[in-house]
Design a protein around this ligand. Structure first.
Ligand SMILES: [Zn+2]
Length: 332
């Protein structure tokens, strides 16, 4: 079954070991090219998630920390180098894709598309030329924030005041600039206020690459019904996240069940229509007992949806057609 996934954290493997241990072709993480191929994937978005200080003890690569401090530039370079090395070693199998034309070329040549993203726009440091540099380096999507404030805006938060805060002036200008460049704007992790600013300002579809429905699990990382409707109106998608707490907060972050995924997708479809559905499993970025703990197991979700009465067209939409619409409209 062909599909596209909007978010995984697999690239961290390049920072956690001192030696270049393994690569994206084959590894002990949840995503690699071999299993992507086995699963029939069209595209995977690989995030360069910017770590936080508690990660320092786990980051063994010499270029990513110094004296217990994170080195953002070295970290980005390390993940980027691992990504490029992996892709370039398997040119018959996978292509580093940046634009819609790249994606079409990969499809025509029977190759999987590997997109690169930045999760936490703090590396942009409030400078438009840094957004351009990321784009020129092959980054197609920026998750504007992670869970801290940065030059773009405020993050999702249990603090209502923070949650209401919108984009910074730079963040607002950046939305326009990313539209012009053809970079996808990702609101996963952003504050509700930031979400509304993006929705108002963007001229192209935007995405919540790895977020679920707040009505189904009241975690602040999930989207409200109103946000789901607005995102749908703008032609965007939301990638279903397999994180236990985002699927069912009552499960206390232990179990990630396909039954809960079906529950969320059914709800999101009823609120925002089937054209908003997509996948963003967050594999290698989440813990717990995951029924889908490896990318090729995604097929079990499609089987469950079929049993639940989703039509073939709806499942194709979720799997890749909705994602392709956003790529076509936003990466140009
Ligand atoms: Zn994330």
């Amino acid at each position: 079954m062909s599909f596209i996934d909007f978010h995984c954290d697999t690239l961290e493997l390049f920072a956690v070991s001192a030696e270049p241990a393994g690569d994206l072709y084959q590894n002990s993480s949840a995503v690699d090219f071999c299993r992507m191929k086995q699963a029939g994937m069209k595209a995977q978005f690989f995030a360069m998630w910017m770590p936080v200080p508690y990660m320092v003890p786990y980051l063994k690569h010499p270029d990513v920390t110094r004296d217990g401090e994170l080195l953002d530039d070295g970290y980005l370079r390390t993940l980027y180098a691992g990504f490029k090395r992996s892709v370039e070693a398997h040119p018959d199998m996978v292509m580093h894709t940046v634009t819609w034309a790249d994606y079409q070329k990969a499809q025509a040549e029977g190759k999987m598309a590997a997109f690169l993203t930045v999760e936490d726009g703090r590396v942009v440091n409030g400078k438009m030329e840094n957004i351009k540099a990321l784009y020129d380096g092959g980054v197609s999507l920026i998750s504007l924030t992670w869970n801290q404030k940065n030059c773009f805006g405020s993050p999702n938060s249990k603090d209502e005041q923070v949650m209401k805060e919108g984009l910074t002036d730079f963040g607002k200008d950046a939305v326009e600039y990313m539209n012009e460049l053809g970079m996808i704007i990702d609101v996963s992790h952003l504050s509700d206020g930031g979400f509304y600013d993006v929705a108002e300002l963007t001229k192209k579809p935007f995405v919540a690459s790895h977020s679920n429905a707040r009505a189904m699990s009241p975690h602040q990382r999930n989207l409200t019904d109103e946000m789901i409707r607005i995102l749908a109106d703008k032609g965007g998608i939301m990638g279903l996240n397999y994180c236990p707490a985002f699927l069912d907060e009552k499960a206390e972050g232990k179990d990630s069940r396909i039954a809960d995924m079906v529950r969320h997708l059914t709800y999101i479809k009823n609120v925002g229509g089937s054209d908003i559905l997509a996948l963003g499993g967050d594999l290698d970025g989440i813990g717990g007992n995951l029924e889908i703990d490896s990318i090729e197991k995604t097929v079990h979700l499609f089987d469950a949806l079929k049993k639940q009465g989703f039509t073939e067209a709806e499942i194709d939409g979720l799997a890749y057609r909705n994602a392709e619409r956003v790529l076509r409209e936003s990466l140009a």
